[in-house]
Design a protein around this ligand. Sequence first.
Ligand SMILES: Nc1ncnc2c1ncn2[C@@H]1O[C@H](COP(=O)(O)OP(=O)(O)OP(=O)(O)O)[C@@H](O)[C@H]1O
Ligand SMILES: [Mg+2]
Length: 410
Amino acid sequence: MKQQVLQRNGTIISQALAGSGGATGMERSHSGVARKGAGVGSGDVELINLIKAFGTMRAVDDISLHIPGGEFFSLLGSSGCGKTTTLRMIAGFEQPSSGQILLDGVDMTGTPPHRRHVNTVFQNYALFPHLNVFDNVAFGLRRARIDPAQVRRRVGEALELVQLTAFEKRKPAQMSGGQQQRVALARALVLKPAVLLLDEPLGALDARLRKQLQVELKTLQQQVGITFIYVTHDQEEALTMSDRIAIMSNGHIEQVATPQEMYEAPATVFVADFLGVSNLMEATSLGLDARGHCRIKLGSFDLLAERGAAPGGNTKATIRPERVRLEPHGSAAGENRIPGMVERWVYLGNAVQLIVRLATGVTIQALMQNSGDEIPYAAGTPVQVHLPPAALRILTDTGVKLASEIAATE
Ligand SMILES: Nc1ncnc2c1ncn2[C@@H]1O[C@H](COP(=O)(O)OP(=O)(O)OP(=O)(O)O)[C@@H](O)[C@H]1O
Ligand SMILES: [Mg+2]
């Protein structure tokens, strides 16, 4: 059966690496890898009210998602939030407690993993140590009884794709972590999945190599055009590589957005706190003004926030440190300005982080690019803090407690 599936899928790697471009015929990309728009699978994934319970604990708690073919989609969240469980259900290694998984519109319930046109790349590579690179990549094809000439060609193409042609004869132990992970990638791609699932594939590598492979993986994904569902707890990785990101917490999805939307317009307190550094401040919403901006009170100060919903009453306001402006004490007063005092600053190399205590009593962070000039705000300097309305955002409070709040009550 498996062999039939593989053959039905086409006979060369480039056919299997089908994109979602919508083209009806074959088109050849600049990389020389042919892409096929329509065909066996365009890699469209849909999760509908997906639940996975282990005993009374819901590891995945009612997730609904649509990932169109060809998208680089990341599941981002802290340890234990249900990322791997979600991926394992898509792969077929784990059965959902309820809900549906559709691949190209077809319900996968009851379809075993090897019939799903889905392949997984794991963090620990899982290569066979006694086999050389070529044989590792060829393993799945040989097991499917693909004829040797075709195996030779497809493995050759896959190794070229991950730039390991010269390493065919090496054993995994003779290669670096990054090279081994590329072998694992080639081994997954050679089987022509419509969807590639990657579970923290760069997690075991050092920071420098991670960065390099992030770029390579993204390029590879664009070349082959198949759907990548990428699990990571590294926010920078998710922000730099993904077309869209889902941030997960406790088995559910907090927000699905493009990296830019997620960073600039976090919908919930959890997302604002999780992604990057945010200044989160208790605020009271006074409702909208004539221009549709939200009037808020921070302590005794009236401010305007252009962005986010205005639920009214107690809420949280947020602003990214790089959007906070410091002005010399005694500058002309104006809209959205609060007096403050620099408490300390931290040299970060490319920037300087300043901790400023506002007259409302709370401290906020401001980030100033390091322009080479002397930092004008030593500790103890009074300043005027400008929180531009366009950068100030009102958040929907999901009731999630922030780490700082939990620490304060313990
Ligand atoms: N087979 C299992 N039996 C019982 N509980 C499980 C099982 N697999 C996972 N869990 C639990 O489900 C929750 C989600 O686990 P999962 O592995 O999906 O998290 P994750 O987001 O991948 O975390 P990490 O970043 O640490 O890999 C965890 O609390 C975990 O302990
Ligand atoms: Mg995991």
